[in-house]
Design a protein around this ligand. Structure first.
Ligand SMILES: Cc1cc2nc3c(=O)[nH]c(=O)nc-3n(C[C@H](O)[C@H](O)[C@H](O)COP(=O)(O)OP(=O)(O)OC[C@H]3O[C@@H](n4cnc5c(N)ncnc54)[C@H](O)[C@@H]3O)c2cc1C
Length: 332
């Protein structure tokens, strides 16, 4: 069998998983990232489904039992086994797996294209396949004319909890336009944030301050306990075309963040692994089929729900019950 040379662009969960699976299958893999350090800055609320353990091994920092959705002061509790991870450590662990499997990693590295030529730090380089795992505004995706068009803007701070919590909390309110606010506990601390339509991102800081004030008043978090801050884009328009010729897209670059919840870490790992496998086997078309087979139904429903949510946001109370996955109406 001829060994495939694969360039993986972006060392987030999708890229590290892709580099790992392709290397394990014998491909010659170069994983590049524009950043200097893996996993930094952290742009994540760090909640992953427990089932992700079936795909990749990692060390959680807290187990979550239920997802508590708060709407109009009422709590709706749904069993939702999940983990909180330290995203920096999570990404570093994934890259260590890729390196042990044989992948070469190059950080602080600039990728460019000159027509069909691929340049790494300005030097022409040849690959059989390129896997674009370079996040929501993927440079690789734009090169082949495939890009995310709809985004949520996520903003978050880390705060000290008044007392440890076992459940993760979601707060739904009309003011969080097309999105929601969250309180995800991790030991002594919690990630407190919100995701709203990118169009209203200028409102996000004020909304987060209001949300934090409410959590302090309700004795979830300690007053003046702010530790760190992060923000970033979350694609929410649904799955994009996963490949063109010898270029595959995975994770956020392929639109694989859920259109309603914005969750994308597990999809990034899974799609990265599929991309690495199919590239090492020389089959971009099979990757496309596998992605569609696995995710089309879930993401198509999510995309339709998001469209409905946007069109009917004024009728918030009724709309949100049809569009938020914890309510029975979501599946009707
Ligand atoms: C505030 C916030 C909170 C979130 N919370 C959660 C959560 O709790 N749970 C969840 O499941 N999802 C969450 N998400 C979504 C989740 O973070 C993403 O879906 C996930 O990180 C996607 O992984 P990825 O590997 O596809 O992309 P990324 O994690 O974005 O990694 C992309 C990598 O590509 C690199 N890169 C970018 N451009 C280039 C380039 N031109 N050349 C080389 N490298 C490049 C970047 O430096 C980065 O390292 C959140 C997102 C945000 C913004």
């Amino acid at each position: 069998m001829i060994v495939k040379r694969i360039l993986v662009v972006g060392a987030g969960p999708a890229g590290c998983s892709g580099a790992y699976s392709a290397s394990r299958l014998g491909a010659e893999v170069l994983l590049v990232d524009i950043k200097k350090n893996i996993g930094e800055p952290v742009r994540s609320a760090e909640l992953v489904p427990k089932l992700l353990k079936r795909t990749v091994d990692f060390k959680p920092i807290q187990t979550i039992s239920n997802l508590v959705t708060v709407l109009n002061g009422k709590e709706y509790v749904v069993s939702s086994p999940a983990y909180m991870v330290d995203r920096r450590e999570f990404d570093r662990h994934l890259v260590s797996l890729a390196i042990r499997a044989g992948a070469k990693v190059s950080m602080d590295t600039k990728l460019s294209f000159n027509g069909n030529e691929t340049l790494i730090n300005g030097i022409k380089s040849e690959f059989d396949f390129i896997i674009g795992c370079d996040g929501p505004s993927s440079f690789v995706g734009r090169h082949i004319g495939i890009k995310n068009m709809d985004f949520m803007f996520g903003i978050q701070g880390e705060y000290v909890l008044e007392k440890r919590l076992e459940d993760a909390y979601i707060f739904l309110d009309k003011k969080y336009v097309y999105g929601y606010a969250w309180l995800f506990p991790k030991g002594e601390y919690a990630n407190v944030g919100l995701g709203i339509s990118l169009k209203y991102s200028r409102e996000s800081k004020r909304l987060l301050e209001g949300f934090v004030k409410m959590l302090v008043e309700r004795k979830y978090i300690v007053n003046d306990s702010f530790i760190t801050h992060t923000s970033g884009l979350i694609p929410c328009g649904g799955i994009l075309t996963p490949c063109k010729n010898n270029i595959l897209l995975a994770g956020d670059a392929c639109g694989l963040a859920h259109p309603i919840t914005g969750a994308g870490i597990a999809y990034a790992c899974e799609s990265g692994i599929l991309a690495g496998k199919n590239a090492s086997e020389g089959s971009a078309e099979k990757y496309k089929l596998e992605i569609m087979e696995r995710y089309h139904e879930t993401f198509e429903r999510g995309r339709r729900k998001r469209k409905f949510l946007k069109e009917n946001w004024n009728n918030f109370d009724e709309t949100i019950r049809k569009c938020w996955p914890c309510f029975e109406e979501y599946n009707k």
